[in-house]
Design a protein around this ligand. Structure first.
Ligand code: AKG
Ligand code: FE2
Length: 335
């Protein structure tokens, strides 16, 4: 029986480090990734004080007048750095007819303190190590964002180790494929809705994410997942716990044994003023090294089965998504 609801998995036994504890966590993670593609994790070792710092710095930024925020506007479609305003991105729209843009604004950064060498700055690196930009005059903004990026990167590498064990690989299998990762950290602000949304307009339309995995910290409910029974189910909201989901790249790596699941952020009920508040989420999109090859893992190939996807590098996979649309984390759907 497939997993139809998002499980809550306590990572404490993983970090305690006994072989039995680690195996049990990896088994639970594997089951979640096969069944629903989402899990909620507790005892993840990210300091709640750091979550608070980055959340508060973000609140101060999003409260600025639009003209101020526009001073750090995202420079280009393929360079997701800085600010994107409400309605500028739509995660879900049909190929024929664009739906209204998502009711969210965002601020994004990539890796910082990038070495000035050919691997990071040469032509093969493309825009993957594009410099970050930060707003002036907000205390602790750059420091908090960079510290959160580092902490989330570390947690992502532990999750990739759980993935490896869960898939029956050696624990360090993914280590050398993510040691120069080209991830993105983005804070999303969903404003309080003072007018009813347009038909089809949501906080974030239905989409799947691109990369290896996404680590989400929402400050309230609204995130929903489309399960294998065809129902939209709520992701349990536990303060300071992370929702984790796998992206399209992990689904390709596992030859569809793991699922990159459609998800969305629904609007608050419009007639309930108490619930119609601003929502903010911290979203870390983990993406392997640009030259890591994503090709069917032999452990995911049953006898007689063929790989479903041609091998592709992580960088090419990401860039191909940018060509199709102008947002970062999601693959649009035509449903
Ligand atoms: O804000 C959220 O809870 C999730 C956002 C999301 O799915 C995305 O940006 O890809
Ligand atoms: Fe997403």
């Amino acid at each position: 029986m497939s997993v139809l609801n998002v499980p809550v998995i306590d990572l404490e036994p993983w970090f305690a480090g006994t072989p039995e504890g680690k195996a049990a966590v990896a088994r639970a993670v594997d089951e979640a990734c096969r069944g629903i593609g989402f899990l909620v994790i507790t005892h993840h070792q990210i300091d709640p004080a750091l979550i608070r710092r980055v959340s508060e710095a973000s609140r101060r930024f999003f409260a600025l007048p639009l003209a101020e925020k526009r001073k750090v506007d995202r420079p280009r479609d393929d360079a997701v750095r800085g600010y994107s305003a409400v309605g500028e991105e739509g995660l879900s729209y049909s190929l024929e007819e664009a739906a209204p843009g998502d009711l969210k604004e965002s601020f994004s950064i990539g890796p910082s303190h990038v070495p000035d060498d050919d691997y990071h700055r040469g032509p093969a690196a493309g825009a993957h190590f594009e410099p970050n930009q930060f707003p002036a005059g907000i205390d602790d903004f750059q420091e908090a964002y960079e510290a959160y990026f580092a902490a989330a990167s570390h947690l992502a590498s532990e999750l990739m180790r759980m993935f490896a064990v869960g898939l029956g690989l050696r624990e360090t299998f993914f280590d050398d494929k993510i040691n120069e990762h080209i991830s993105m950290f983005r804070v999303l602000s969903y404003p309080a809705q003072t007018e009813p949304p347009l038909p089809g307009q949501m906080r974030a339309g239905a989409h799947s994410d691109y990369g290896s995995l996404t680590i989400v910290l929402p400050d309230g409910p609204g995130l929903q997942v489309f399960n294998k029974a065809g129902q939209w189910v709520d992701v349990p909201h536990i303060p300071d716990a992370f929702a984790v989901n796998i992206g399209d790249l992990m689904m390709q790596w596992t030859n569809d044994q793991w699922t990159s699941t459609l998800h969305r952020v629904v609007n608050p009920p419009f007639d309930d003023a108490m619930k119609n508040t601003r929502r903010q989420s911290l979203v870390f999109f983990h993406q392997p090294n640009y030259d890591a090859m994503i090709e069917c893992l032999p452990v995911c190939l049953a006898p007689g089965e063929a790989p479903k996807y041609a091998p592709v590098s992580s960088g090419e996979h990401l860039t191909s998504k940018f060509v199709k649309q102008t947002t970062f984390g999601g693959t649009k759907v035509s449903a």
